[in-house]
Write a protein that binds this ligand. Structure first.
Ligand code: ZN
Length: 236
């Protein structure tokens, strides 16, 4: 059984009709419905929950955490970001979606500004599969076509990815590293660019395949209970 936790800020969909139209059941449920199965349990946490819904117990009970945030990044306490980062170092998988490039836990894990260039004018995007042999690309064709997405462009201030699985190309001309894999400590991190709140990207079947693949890729292979740096003597 794979234990998935979706963390979603749930701010814009409470007030913005365009977001409600794109995700009538809510974005968290759109993501959850792609992942839920006999082998995958899904729990949703919201920024409005006490302590943003995050506890140490929940993190330890999570194989893969998905994070979608946007306008509320700065209201997530630094301590929450640190808890997430530490749990990744211990082996928890983490998937950061779309505007989570600026979330505190992602920036902490990357160590860079994670700034990018962006524009919202209804560009069509092709998310090109740059690494077809990678498990996250399993079952996809040459590209995922998204009729409309927010345009994210380079330069994207991230450390060079271990693997760039996807490259986004937009009708406006930009390109972007849209699917980036990292290892941090014992954990795996995947950044995936599609998922703007006013377009129903998370109902795209190929995007849903990527989410499922990414969860299976990111789930822990090895997990430690505590991060430690023990002083040891010479073995007998
Ligand atoms: Zn967006």
């Amino acid at each position: 059984m794979t234990r998935v936790t979706i963390w979603y800020e749930r701010i814009q969909e409470l007030t913005d009709a365009k977001v409600q139209e794109a995700y009538p059941q809510g974005m968290a449920e759109a993501i959850a419905s792609a992942l839920r199965s006999d082998d995958v349990t899904v729990r949703c946490l919201y920024q409005q929950d006490p302590n943003c819904g995050i506890t140490q117990e929940i993190l330890e009970d999570t194989d893969v955490l998905l994070w979608w945030g946007h306008v509320g990044h700065n209201d997530v306490p630094d301590e929450i970001a640190r808890m997430v980062q530490q749990e990744v170092l211990k082996g928890m998988g983490a998937i950061f979606l779309h505007s989570a490039h600026h979330s505190k836990p992602f920036k902490l894990l990357m160590g860079t500004s994670c700034n990018l260039t962006w524009r919202e004018n209804g560009d069509t995007e092709r998310v090109w599969v740059a690494k077809p042999s990678h498990p996250i690309a399993r079952g996809l064709g040459r590209y995922i076509k998204l009729e409309h997405e927010e345009t994210y462009g380079e330069p994207f201030d991230i450390p060079e990815p271990d693997v760039t699985v996807f490259l986004g190309g937009y009708s406006g001309g930009e390109v972007f590293r849209s699917g980036c894999c990292y290892r941090r400590g014992a954990g795996k991190v995947f950044y995936f660019q599609p998922g703007h709140e006013t377009v129903p990207t998370f109902y795209n079947e190929d995007v849903r395949t990527v989410l499922r693949n990414a969860v299976q890729w990111a789930k822990p292979e090895y997990r430690v209970k505590e991060l430690e740096c023990p002083h040891v003597s010479i073995p007998d």
